[in-house]
Ligand binder design. Structure first.
Ligand SMILES: [Zn+2]
Length: 245
């Protein structure tokens, strides 16, 4: 039965806790990033909606303008026909007839233009509807993600503080020479990257670098050894059998 204060067991437990901490922090980070990217999608969709709305308003204003021109032309025509009835001379009568013919020709063109402009604006409104739907969808997705994260975050935070407390309990058990190296590695590489287990009798569990037999021999004497490739503090697994090769 292994002593709970055995350095090997303590390092293993610390490593396990550090990896848990990594995973929990990763979940927080991913949640924040997801919200950020979904917010960016909303902003993109808002800009797209603004663009098609502006375009629609331009088309709509043009159609209205054409309708006004038709109405104005109708007024002109009515006025000329009135004048025609009151024409005093033949010359005046003929001039008005020519005017009326020109106005009627213009009216036909204007009518077509107005109709075309109205159709174009109406058809373009589909793009506005589509952009509105896209925006609504992205807003709903964001709210859903935000609510889910608001629900998860306190639990993750709570777990993080629990793991940190457990970690503190284990860290004080480390002998001074181990603690110094460990603390330095945690500061420079982060907790999850500070330790590595020896795998397959002689390989660093993090970077797969082959550990020299002399280093393993030192490790067996409970002296701290770091991987010469990735710098992590090494520890051996529970059932490790030292093989001098
Ligand atoms: Zn390594």
């Amino acid at each position: 039965m292994e002593n709970l204060n055995d350095t090997r067991a303590v390092l293993e437990r610390i490593h396990e806790l550090q990896l848990q901490l990594n995973e929990l922090n990763g979940r927080l980070r991913r949640g924040t990033l997801l919200l950020k990217s979904q917010m960016a999608t909303i902003q993109k969709n808002e800009a797209a909606l603004q663009k098609v709305t502006d375009e629609f308003q331009k088309l709509h204003a043009y159609a209205k303008q054409k309708e006004l021109e038709v109405a104005q032309n109708d007024l002109n025509l009515a006025k000329r026909k009135e004048q025609l009835r009151e024409a005093k001379t033949n010359k005046e009568y003929q001039a008005l007839q020519l005017q009326i013919a020109a106005d009627e020709a213009a009216r036909s063109v204007l009518d077509d233009e107005a109709l075309e402009a109205i159709e174009k604006a109406e058809k373009f409104h589909d793009s506005v509807d589509l952009a509105e739907q896209e925006l609504k969808k992205s807003q709903e997705l964001y709210v859903k993600t935000k609510n889910k994260f608001a629900e998860d975050k306190p639990k993750i935070d709570d777990n993080i503080s629990k793991v940190r407390d457990l970690l503190k309990v284990e860290e004080v058990k480390l002998p001074r020479e181990f603690k110094e190296i460990y603390d330095r590695l945690v500061r420079s590489m982060g907790g999850g990257e500070s330790l590595a287990v020896v795998e397959n009798q002689r390989y660093c569990g993090a970077c797969n670098h082959q550990i020299p037999i002399n280093s393993l021999a030192i490790l067996m004497q409970k002296i701290p050894v770091t991987c010469s490739s990735c710098a992590r503090l090494l520890y051996i697994p529970k059932d490790f059998v030292f093989d001098r090769g």
